[in-house]
Every structure is written in structure tokens, then in C-alpha cells.
Unconditional design. Structure first.
Length: 310
């Protein structure tokens, strides 16, 4: 059985849709699928340095495949290097690191990747993965992982102190060893636009969790001990009316009803207006004779600290 590092979940998304990049970011572990540059190694720019790449490239003489299954989370450098060139391996179909090229994320290798196959050699050539910038990135990535390990050790020490347990010499030795290996300071942790929606829920004391389940179920919220799996719909427009009309594909509703055991809802979020509405999908049968299901949002569905679910 072939093992691949990245696996896209089933999403109702395509190139240009509002949450496409956010879904790719999650499915590709917040890193470039071609060179493994992670967002936390980019400092302040974080996800702004990453783009949506068409694996089968956009060309003037073919029909462009904008489907989610053709999209890759890529850093700007790899996206530009790859361009319309053929030869890059598909990270969702090939076990690139280990089968086709060596792992360059270690001091012993000099932070240089080497080809193990002809396909790996072409992959390295097309994406130019051994530039000085890539070598520096790998060093920073190793340093970050060391800092993460320090966090784990410190938390372990704090917990032991609280429980009045002794701190093993082994833990002390590892802590000092890791500190000696640090080459650079900690990078800033990324903060993405979708976190604004989570901040909104937290500010109103609404129990929530990012789940990113398949078929666009992004966030779970809890009311009266009932958990709702919700799609987050982000609308950057300004609200000009207290009464809002939305339309949902009935095919989507039918799928949720058939395949999702939890209660399902939709969160309509207007970040510019700092307002979020919650629409729980009715458990009763829905008229599927129409392609769209009409939702009329009112102030009663506005999520805030005093919100109650009737």
C-alpha cells in the first residue's frame, strides 16, 4: 500500500471559493506540499506567503481544472518555480520524502535533499529545492521543532513541581542539550482570518471547536448539551439590512441528513459588521423539489452572549 503524506478531504470547494485556501491550508498541514516550508517558519508573513497552486497547470490551450482535487497548498517560491513545467511529483499521490528524495531536515545531511529516483531528480530540478534559501529554511524548521520540544519539557517540569514530584536528571540533561542546539529565536505563531470567527464565538462564551470535517463542516458549537457541526459561511460584505436572505443547495442538505449523525447548522459570519448568525438545519424533512433552500435570517438568530436556542 502506498503511503502519502497529504490527503485532501472531500470539500465543496474549488479555486476561487471563499474558504478554498483555508481548507487546503488545513489539509496540507500549514506547509508547502512541495518543499515542506511551514507557516511558522515564515515569521510575520505566515500564510500570506502561501498560494493555491493548480497541480495540472493553467495553460492557454487547455481547459483549466479548478476542482479541489487539482489544488495544492504551495509557497510562492515553489508555485513560481513550478509554473507550467511538468516534472513535479504530486504530493497527494506520491510518497516524495523518503521514496524519491532524502529528508534534508537534519544537520548530518547539510540540510540538502538528494534524489533517490529519476522522478525525484526531476522534482528537485523543477522546484530547485536546494537553494541557499531552502537550506536556511530547513535549519530554521529544525530550530523551531527544538523550541517546541523545550515547551514540552518545561510543561512537564511545571506539572511535576505542582505535584511536588522530583525532576529527573534525564529531563534536565535533555533540556540543556536542546538549548545548546538552538540556532535562532522562536518565530511568531500564525493567525488566520478564520480565527476571527472563533474569537467571536469565544467572546460571547459560546462553546466551540475547530473540527474541519469533510464536506465543509468547519466548527462545532454546543447549546443545551447538544453539539452542532456547522459550516462557516464568511461574507465580507457590509450588512445593510437586519433581515437577510440566504440560499442553501438542497443537495448539500440531503448529504448532511444522510451521512452526518450529529446535528448540523450553518454559521453566517460578517466579520466587517462583527455579526454572526446561527441557522440550525431542521430535523424534519426538507422540500428537495427545489435546488435552493431559502433561509431568512433575523435578529433572533444573531449569536451573542444572550443567545438562546428555541
Amino acid at each position: 500500500m502506498r503511503t502519502v503524506e497529504y490527503k485532501r478531504k472531500h470539500r465543496w470547494a474549488s479555486y476561487g471559493t471563499s474558504k478554498c485556501k483555508e481548507y487546503l491550508r488545513y489539509d496540507f498541514l500549514c506547509e508547502c506540499a512541495y518543499c515542506k516550508l511551514n507557516e511558522v517558519d515564515c515569521g510575520l508573513v505566515t500564510s500570506h506567503f502561501f498560494e493555491v497552486d493548480h497541480f495540472i497547470p493553467q495553460t492557454s490551450d487547455t481547459t483549466v481544472d479548478h476542482s479541489y482535487g487539482n489544488l495544492i497548498y504551495s509557497c510562492q517560491v515553489c508555485n513560481n518555480k513550478k509554473g507550467n513545467e511538468n516534472g513535479a511529483l504530486n504530493p497527494c499521490e506520491e510518497n516524495i520524502w523518503g521514496k524519491h528524495i532524502t529528508n534534508g531536515f537534519c544537520e548530518e545531511s547539510g540540510y540538502i535533499c538528494k534524489a533517490l529516483t529519476e522522478e525525484g531528480s526531476l522534482h528537485l530540478k523543477v522546484l530547485q529545492l536546494n537553494t541557499r534559501a531552502h537550506i536556511k529554511m530547513r535549519k530554521q524548521s529544525v530550530s523551531r521543532l527544538l523550541w517546541d520540544r523545550i515547551d514540552e519539557i518545561v510543561i512537564d517540569i511545571q506539572n511535576r513541581l505542582k505535584l511536588k514530584k522530583s525532576i529527573d536528571d534525564e529531563i534536565k540533561t535533555e533540556l540543556f542539550h536542546v538549548l545548546e542546539l538552538i540556532k535562532s529565536g522562536r518565530q511568531y505563531e500564525p493567525r488566520e482570518p478564520i480565527s476571527i470567527a472563533v474569537d467571536y464565538l469565544n467572546s460571547h462564551s459560546i462553546i466551540n471547536d475547530l473540527i474541519f470535517k469533510e464536506y465543509n463542516l468547519d466548527i462545532s458549537i454546543t447549546f443545551n448539551d447538544i453539539v452542532y457541526y456547522c459550516e462557516l459561511v464568511i461574507d465580507a460584505s457590509d450588512i445593510k439590512s437586519e433581515n437577510l436572505n440566504k440560499y442553501i443547495d438542497t443537495e448539500r442538505l440531503k448529504y448532511w441528513s444522510k451521512h452526518v449523525s450529529e446535528r448540523v447548522g450553518i454559521l453566517f459570519f460578517y466579520p466587517n459588521a462583527k455579526r454572526m448568525y446561527f441557522f440550525p438545519i431542521p430535523e424534519s424533512s426538507i422540500d428537495v423539489s427545489k435546488t435552493k433552500y431559502h433561509v431568512h435570517l433575523t435578529e433572533k438568530q444573531l449569536l451573542n452572549s444572550s443567545f438562546t436556542l428555541n
